[in-house]
Design a protein around this ligand. Structure first.
Ligand code: GLP
Length: 259
């Protein structure tokens, strides 16, 4: 796991966008794993600017991590809608190349299996962007999630509903159920870039990077992945015991290595 501590959200966005741009240069039909929440928004803005300067997404395939169960089509809080509004609709990714879990499926287990199959059929995710919940969740894998889990229905922790209520008109409107890629699904992405900013994420970041691998902090499962990059601002990194070592490693790393 590589931990990179940066002065703020903007340099984080630039570095993440650099990794995506480098991937697309090598593989124009790359498969991107897209996250929602506030953390990836500066990355999407940076990619939109690069698209205006010529970065081409026309052959990109994209998979989202998760979705609320039961929101009507087009609901502004649904992740399908969020990802279209914030990113894929602003660059030239074809709508038919954007896939997400079906939060309206009558047969949820069948929809989850079909989603996993679609990821496999696309050749797997090349680069997965992740945010981090204040309780250590990734996607919507709440504490207690099986570290081997696949795409399935989950019940949200109340704190997560409160954290996400700002995207709805009130707390009561936030669904209790979601469909999320499992931790086992996320681990199959070839490169994972997790973004976290702000002091409210410091404890979850510490548990993810330096805690034991344990279902109480689902993100800690990323310690088992061979290629994870954790991009943090100073506040999110403020509880890390080895922060100076991470800074030194990144500052002295050979530039040809990239992320
Ligand atoms: C939601 C999403 C997660 C995201 C998390 C953190 O719960 N399901 O994928 O990482 O929010 O969001 P934010 O980046 O807004 O703090």
């Amino acid at each position: 796991m590589e931990v990179v501590i940066l002065p703020g959200g903007r340099p984080i966005a630039v570095l993440a966008a650099d990794a995506i741009e480098a991937l697309l240069k090598n593989k124009p039909d790359a498969v991107l794993g897209l996250a929602t929440g506030s953390s990836p928004l500066p990355v999407y803005e940076e990619l939109e600017q690069r698209h205006r300067r010529g970065l081409d997404f026309s052959r990109v395939r994209a998979f989202t991590l998760d979705e609320y169960v039961g929101l009507p089509p087009g609901h502004p809080g649904s992740y399908r809608e969020v990802i279209r509004r914030e990113f894929t609709g602003r660059v030239n990714i074809s709508p038919e190349n954007v896939h997400g879990p079906d939060g309206q499926a009558a047969d949820v287990p069948a929809a989850c299996r079909a989603f996993e199959e679609a990821i496999r059929a696309a050749g797997g995710v090349d680069l997965q962007l992740l945010g981090l919940g204040t309780d250590g969740h990734i996607g919507f894998n709440e504490p207690g999630s099986s570290l081997a889990s696949r795409t399935r229905i989950k019940t949200l922790v109340e704190q997560t509903r409160r954290d996400n209520a700002r995207f709805f008109s009130n707390l009561a409107e936030v669904p209790h159920h979601v469909i999320t890629q499992g931790l086992g699904t996320i681990l199959e992405a070839r490169h994972v870039i997790l973004l976290a900013t702000g002091a409210q994420k410091a404890q979850a970041v510490r548990d993810l990077v330096e805690g034991p691998v344990a279902a109480i902090c689902p993100a800690s499962v990323l310690q088992l992945h061979p290629h994870v990059t954790v991009l943090l601002d100073e506040a999110a990194a403020s509880s890390l015991r080895l922060a100076d070592y991470y800074r030194h490693s990144y500052d002295s790393k050979p530039r040809w290595q990239g992320l």
